[in-house]
Design a protein around this ligand. Structure first.
Ligand code: AMP
Length: 415
């Protein structure tokens, strides 16, 4: 079913949203992008005259109640964004009363789904190596189904609109659908938009295609990097992984972040890129700091010649130029992961230079897709959000979709 064709009048709709928003130490929402992202779907349910039940996770409470990760903290934000007073059910698996009281045009938010281990469906407190693990996992799968059935019992229809968790096979993303027939389950508007943006990058790629992968580690990005080698013309690798590449080539990297067990992987990426004719663009210089703080003393260094007590924390001036050239010549651009420790203003310049080059390329007709919490935070921080083509709400989900993997949250609706 397509959400556009569904009339929610008189129906209770349970919508899986991604309200995993960042909070400060006082529980205030510091970035409500994800709440705003869900609004088109939520407003459609209410405007049609339906009752809205929202469910989400927040953080990683690992099956335990944790007040710091309570969604009660965001009720006001959701109410303000929706323009309707949102009610709250303090136990997502025992919300029958609150659901029964819900009238047409009213909205209810359920407490953090991950306060129940059943949401993720992984056995807690037992090691994978334990011989009893397989049995515990089977048992948990059964409980997960029961949990999903309970959530499904609240509503007449189910909408999946949490792209950020669409790559997970969790109760609320890819088990609950079993309890609705195909005319009563659908993707929300945000999911539709996200899936279309991925199709645009992967479908009819306008070349040159430049991908920029940053972030802290090679290990968490290697799957997508290898996959991109078959698709891109230019692959820019930056951020913390720079130093694993430098060390692999015999460079001196001082105290820079490095995965010593991934040196072979780095060399292999370099070889594969050469074999496939991909222009691999690595940093040549960096801004090094003598301390991991915003106030560290800095110097520009060759990435293969960093003094012993220093660490590379951002890309240097030469690198910014070479990266900008590979970005500005592109017609399709994908960016995931910052070029440096952008949380510190003094080391945000490299990520800013990337964001500006992407904005310029976009103004000249390129399609640019930005994904992953940190790169999105970068474009927001530099005020360039409206100068790129599409900002995805997904990090891992976006990368898995681009890797060509089927997302359980999408498959659940389409099957
Ligand atoms: P990820 O979660 O893997 O996408 O990594 C994002 C994090 O990488 C951000 O918090 C950055 O501060 C961090 N990062 C980027 N460059 C560096 C660097 N040169 N050294 C240490 N951390 C970095």
């Amino acid at each position: 079913m397509k959400i556009e064709d569904f009339n929610f009048a008189g129906k209770k709709a349970i919508v899986r949203v991604d309200f995993n928003v960042p909070l400060d130490e006082n529980g205030n929402v510091t970035d409500d992008t994800r709440i705003r992202g869900a609004l088109p779907t939520l407003k459609k349910v209410l405007a049609d005259g339906g009752s809205l039940i929202m469910m989400s996770h927040m953080g990683k409470p690992k099956g335990k109640v944790n007040p710091k990760l309570s969604l009660s903290q965001i009720v006001k934000n959701v109410s303000d964004a929706l323009g309707v007073e949102v009610k709250f059910a303090a136990d997502c698996a025992n919300a029958d009363k609150e659901v029964a009281a819900l009238k047409a045009g009213e909205a209810l938010l359920l407490e953090n789904l991950r306060f129940y281990a059943e949401e993720e469906g992984k056995p807690v407190g037992i090691d994978k190596a334990d011989p009893a693990y397989a049995e515990a996992k089977e048992e948990m799968k059964k409980k997960q189904k029961e949990f999903a059935k309970k959530l499904a019992s609240y509503a007449d229809c189910y909408v999946m609109d949490a792209f950020g968790t669409a790559h997970r096979k969790h109760a609320s993303t890819a088990v609950i659908d079993e309890f609705f027939d195909k005319d009563h389950k659908m993707l929300g508007y945000l999911m539709e938009k996200e899936v279309n943006a991925v199709d645009k990058v992967l479908g009819n790629i306008e070349r040159p295609f430049t991908a920029i992968m940053g972030g802290s580690k090679v290990s968490s990005k290697i799957g997508i990097i290898e996959n991109l080698l078959d698709k891109v013309d230019n692959l820019i690798l930056c951020g913390g992984m720079t130093y694993t590449f430098s060390k692999a080539q015999g460079g001196q990297i001082g105290k820079s972040i490095c995965e010593d067990d991934k040196l072979d992987v780095a060399l292999d990426v370099m070889k594969k890129a050469a074999d496939k004719g991909v222009n691999l663009v690595l940093a040549t210089d960096c801004i090094a700091g003598d301390d991991f703080s915003n106030d560290a003393n800095t110097q520009v260094c060759d990435v293969k010649n960093i003094p012993a007590e220093w660490e590379g924390m951002d890309i240097g001036p030469d690198t910014r130029v070479s990266f900008a050239n590979a970005i500005k010549s592109a017609k399709t651009i994908l960016w995931n992961g910052p070029a440096g420790v952008f949380e510190f203003d003094n080391f945000a310049g490299g990520s800013k230079a990337i964001a500006e080059a992407i904005a310029e390329a976009t103004a000249n007709g390129a399609f640019s897709l930005i994904g992953g919490g940190d790169s999105v935070a970068c474009v927001n921080k530099f005020g360039l959000a409206d100068k790129v083509s599409y900002i995805s709400t997904g990090g891992g989900a976006l990368l898995e979709a681009i890797e060509g993997k089927e997302l359980p949250g999408v498959a659940a609706i389409e099957k």
